[in-house]
Design a protein around this ligand. Structure first.
Ligand code: ACO
Length: 160
């Protein structure tokens, strides 16, 4: 059966109660280890996209300061990737951040994350900072993406 694109009538984005559920299976698509996820997830609001009673995507929003919120994790179940759901989740995150009074939303990704850099810039984010050696200093094992070892974190921002 072909994968359906995002549909605002059948898909529902829901804030989860972290004391009851945390979708590590999805969160681990965007981050390497449970330990690294646990460094931010308990200080974040976690939203899941539900379709037919199934969680098919997630994002986590963390307040950085009065003006800025960061998308710390965004992931779509592998069977549903490439059908516009990621773009819809980015829009959902921006809308919620704006409604909550934030002025700016930021997101970070690995320097070799070409697909992610494309999606974020297509959604209106622009690069503003490089966190040098982030992946070398924060993970015990080398991480490869697109055949390239991740070294630095590229930070992107969008004014709301
Ligand atoms: N390769 C190249 N381009 C692609 C691919 C692909 N595999 N998949 C989708 N695209 C294109 C789409 O064609 C679309 O472009 P278009 O609008 O010009 O047609 C664009 O990328 C947006 O694609 P979506 O379908 O909206 O993206 P998707 O639903 O797959 O979600 C996401 C994107 C979240 C990155 C998803 O692929 C994913 O979960 N990846 C694994 C986890 C991950 O890397 N998360 C981000 C880490 S960084 C962080 O979490 C802060």
């Amino acid at each position: 059966m072909p994968v359906k694109a995002y549909n605002s009538l059948t898909d529902r984005v829901r804030l989860i109660d972290k004391s009851k559920e945390l979708p590590y299976d999805l969160l681990l698509l965007a981050d390497e280890t449970v330990e690294s996820i646990n460094k931010y997830i308990f200080q974040s609001d976690v939203y899941v996209l539900e379709r037919d009673q199934q969680n098919i995507a997630v994002y986590a929003l963390q307040t950085i300061n009065d003006d800025t919120v960061e998308i710390k994790n965004i992931a779509v179940d592998t069977s549903f990737q490439g059908h516009g759901i990621g773009q819809e989740l980015l829009k959902d995150a921006m809308n919620r951040a704006k409604e909550s009074g934030f002025k700016r939303i930021v997101i970070g990704t690995g320097d070799a994350g070409i697909h992610q850099l494309y999606i974020y810039q297509k959604a209106g984010f622009e690069m503003f900072e490089i966190r040098h050696r982030f992946f070398l200093d924060n993970f015990p094992e080398p991480i490869f993406e697109n055949g390239i070892q991740l070294k630095h974190m590229v930070m992107l921002k969008k004014d709301l």
